[in-house]
Design a protein around this ligand. Sequence first.
Ligand SMILES: Cc1cc2nc3c(=O)[nH]c(=O)nc-3n(C[C@H](O)[C@H](O)[C@H](O)COP(=O)(O)OP(=O)(O)OC[C@H]3O[C@@H](n4cnc5c(N)ncnc54)[C@H](O)[C@@H]3O)c2cc1C
Length: 322
Amino acid sequence: MISSATPAPTIVDRLSAPHHGPVPFSVEFFPPKDAEAEARLWRAVRTFERLGPAFVSMTYGAGGSTRDRTVRITGELAAQTTLLPVAHLTAVNHSVDELRALVGAYADQGITNLLALRGDPPGNPLGEWIKHPDGVEYAEDLVRLIRELGDFHVGVASFPEGHHRAPDLEHDTRALVNKLRAGAEYSITQMFFDVEHYLRLRDRLVAADPEQGAKPLIPGLMPITSLATVRRMAELSGSVIPDDVQQRFAVAAGDGPQENREAVRAVGIDFATEMAQRLVAEGVPCLHFCSLNFAKATSEVLERLGVDVRSAMPAATATPAS
Ligand SMILES: Cc1cc2nc3c(=O)[nH]c(=O)nc-3n(C[C@H](O)[C@H](O)[C@H](O)COP(=O)(O)OP(=O)(O)OC[C@H]3O[C@@H](n4cnc5c(N)ncnc54)[C@H](O)[C@@H]3O)c2cc1C
């Protein structure tokens, strides 16, 4: 059994704790590549710290490529900030022994909230999935492994449009139910650009298993600040950008050789705010923002949702960093 000296609060507890604004929010970061990117991450971290997210999460690079950085920076978030970190952990390319060691490394740093993922094959995320000979096949198995190791609190991924490897939505919903039955306490969705996809997943989940369907289904949002970036992210994640939304961005981008970044960004903030408002009205438990390690766009959306962003900023930096 692995135990942590100082067990952290759970995500489910945090979602029912007092929060700023109409609903709790959380933020996803990724491990920065170099010192400059790391400085930018920390500026964003300090800005978000003042805004009081329910939790923050740190991704695990494709194919396990950022293992050491993910572990180190998640540990620093736990030790040096007031934020509650969730560490993403992927099964790809890891033996069960390595996965156990990683969970132990997190516990040593007081990190007991983990997001259990299968991960994608390194190189080409859409390429053939090959299980590590001594590893696990599905995220469901990783949930069980982590839970057997000690008093950890586990979340999983969910896919409003279905996972790209799932033959159909029913199969994918069953896979999610199985991960929750295995002991996951909540799920965070893949980002999506049509709220209907989220609502239909929520309905499918509740219909498939009311008990598991009552667990928090946290929608993942990404405020779009560049058309090129969002097209790439959508391609990698398999999320579809509806035609009318693409059209809105295309008009903003203009037909010059370079997209009009300022206009695209303005539409992106409007669009993310509209999605967030609809999701709040639909009673979501939390809004999870993929920040790309910048605080500004998410802060603007939060401000429009009624979070008092200005008073959370120190006087000298009334404008959120980056
Ligand atoms: C919120 C979020 C965070 C993410 N963070 C990261 C990250 O940090 N690093 C990273 O590399 N990737 C990350 N990903 C991507 C994720 O690893 C990939 O999408 C991966 O392909 C699927 O992971 P999973 O955990 O959902 O896998 P699984 O739940 O194992 O599902 C994989 C496929 O198998 C099917 N399936 C599941 N269980 C069964 C079963 N028992 N029998 C038959 N079929 C089954 C599912 O329908 C699906 O098609 C994230 C995704 C999300 C939504």
